[in-house]
Design a protein around this ligand. Structure first.
Ligand code: PEP
Ligand code: MG
Length: 567
């Protein structure tokens, strides 16, 4: 976490960097560098701090942690909603008495102050990680707090995102939740990170805020603070010191076309009238209520496990029914909702469902597999979904995550149909894509989860920020599997949708439709850009676009070929 400052290198600086585009749009502004390190020189200078005794060292810790807590609290006071909650929680963590006690213990054991702080934080990270779920996520915040306290102690400015005085392009290694909470899209007009992939925290927040964003940008950390940058979040390029007049013109044209997007009111269709359902991804009643105002025909993915990340005990069927009914009732006006049964495990641990201590949880007992030795868990959830459907009258489809075999799909479909609901499975494992035609013999629909399908096809952890070039749904192998699945649906006349992040990419959406995908489900913020783009393209062009993407050698070539065809 504490690394050496980049040394300046005497080679010609590049003028164009490329990365993975995640939020379309063009932004121009001075580079604002987010520091996430404390220099080794400052740490060496500080040494053991030269304190008279442990009490003096602890007093320095108190001052530094209070200053860090104040910074968080000031930012929380200026924010609202989830951002304010994240920042207030971080302020509380910086002031935590348990953390202070752990620091004091380490000092008494003979550690110098910086070692004591690092040791105390490490101890808490261990505890939080062991607790799993949301608590495990606080580990990132704790490390962020350690870095900030260290900076205060050694006399360096606090790392993180400085507040820009003019609209700027934020450049960072990657962004922590506390960095992104409260980002002001009026002042941070573009985002460029050296690390991170399309499903990274940075990408998800940028998408929510609608900030043009390029992640996994090799060389981003060599960008000098203050130099003008032109970010193209569709092409995945970052131009250094571009011609100012033409950069401003590109921003103007982009803003004009983004304003035109706002007027897209659905329903989803290609320019020549092929209907494509545009749907929303939701997590709970609140996101369902806000998404229901978007021009969507329903929900393509209700991630039920996200309702239970902080629950120790399985909620009763009645309690689950109430929760699901809030989501279903937001679409009770003739629209439909696809409910996904618990996808607990791996990156989404749920205390009452997941198996402890698996060697490799992404390849372990997660998703539908949890029902193998605990069938009641799935059956009670299906009872609750059926009861919520009955109570609200909303058309309800149900699908299972992490299905690998046709037999799993058939067993699941029997359970769902026994409750009078439409049954489907997610295609997230390559085996399901390869056998899509046989899956469709036993289910009513398929929904491709491109986030996991990419992870499992490329054998690259979707959360690994260093593998962004592999965790890219434009990878030709991933596109081939999507095409196989879509073609199976086309042959059988059954719906095959995409509900992973790939559906939120307006260019890729055209290729997916050209392959035969019948619905695209995404975060509400992506609905208009995708719907509006699709409305400008004829079906035969979508087919050409699909063919070009499938024929390309790599993601960059695929994007370039599609961009050229779409103009
Ligand atoms: C996916 O894997 O693409 C998906 C939609 O599921 P999740 O992101 O919730 O794993
Ligand atoms: Mg998934």
């Amino acid at each position: 976490m504490v690394t050496e400052k980049e040394s300046s290198v005497a080679v010609a600086a590049p003028t164009l960097l490329t990365g993975t585009p995640v939020v379309p749009g063009v932004a121009f502004g001075p580079a604002l560098i987010a520091r996430n390190e404390v220099s080794l020189e400052a740490i060496a200078r500080f040494g053991n701090g030269g304190f008279a005794d442990d009490e003096a060292a602890l007093a320095a810790y108190d001052d530094a942690s209070a200053a860090v807590a104040d910074t968080f609290q000031r930012r929380a006071d200026k924010s609202s909603g989830a951002a304010a909650e994240v920042l207030t929680a971080s302020a509380g963590l910086a002031r935590d008495k348990g953390l202070r006690t752990a620091v004091r213990k380490q000092l008494r054991a003979g550690d110098d102050l910086l070692t004591a702080v690092a040791g105390a934080v490490e101890q808490f990270v261990g505890i939080f990680t062991h607790m799993g779920g949301l608590m495990a996520e606080r580990a990132t915040d704790l490390r962020d707090i350690e870095l900030r306290i260290t900076a205060h102690l050694v006399g360096e400015p606090e790392p993180g995102v400085p507040t820009p005085s003019v609209p700027s392009v934020l450049v960072a290694a990657d962004l922590a939740p506390s960095d992104t909470a409260g980002l002001d899209p009026e002042l941070v007009v573009g985002l460029v990170t050296e690390r991170g992939g399309p499903t990274s925290h940075t990408a998800i927040i940028a998408r929510q805020l609608g900030i043009p964003c390029v992640v996994g940008t090799a060389g981003a950390l060599t960008i000098e603070g203050g130099i003008p940058l032109l970010v193209d979040g569709l092409a995945g390029t970052v131009e250094l010191r571009p011609d100012e007049a033409s950069a401003r013109e590109r921003v103007r044209l982009d803003q004009e076309s983004r304003a035109a997007l706002a007027s897209w009111t659905g329903p989803g269709a290609t320019a020549d009238g092929t209907r494509i359902k545009i749907l929303a991804n939701v997590a709970d009643g609140e996101s369902a209520a806000s998404s229901s105002a978007a021009p969507v025909e329903g929900v393509g993915l209700f991630r039920t496990e996200l309702c239970f990340l902080n629950r120790q005990e399985e909620p009763t069927v009645e309690e689950q029914t109430d929760i699901y009914a809030t989501v279903l009732s937001a679409f009770g006006d003739g629209r439909y909702v696809v409910v996904r049964t618990l996808d607990a495990g791996s990156d989404k641990p749920v205390a009452f469902a997941t198996h402890e201590g698996e060697e490799n949880p992404a390849l372990g007992v997660r998703g539908l597999r949890l029902s193998f030795d605990n069938p009641g868990l799935l059956e009670r959830q299906l009872d609750a979904i059926a009861a919520a459907a009955e109570r609200t009258g909303t058309e309800t489809w149900v699908m299972a995550p992490m299905v690998a075999t046709v037999a799993e799909a058939a067993d699941f479909a029997d359970l769902v149909r026994a409750r009078g609901l439409k049954a489907g499975v997610m295609v997230e494992v390559p085996s399901a894509a390869l056998l899509a035609h046989r899956m469709l013999e036993v289910v009513d629909f398929l929904s491709i989860g491109t986030n996991d399908l990419t992870q499992y096809t490329m054998a690259a952890d979707r959360m690994a920020t260093d593998l962004a070039h592999l965790t890219d749904p434009w990878q030709p192998a991933v596109l081939q599997l999507i095409a196989i699945t879509a073609e199976a649906g086309r042959r059988d006349g059954k719906p095959v949708g995409v509900c992973g992040e790939a559906a939120a990419d307006p260019l890729l959406a055209c290729a997916l439709v050209g392959m035969g995908i019948t619905s695209l489900s995404m975060a509400a913020a992506a609905v208009r850009p995708v719907g509006a783009r699709l409305a400008t393209v004829n079906m035969d062009v979508c087919e050409d676009v699909a063919e070009a993407a499938l024929a390309a050698a790599d993601p960059q070539a695929a994007r370039a070929a599609v961009l050229e065809l779409l103009g």
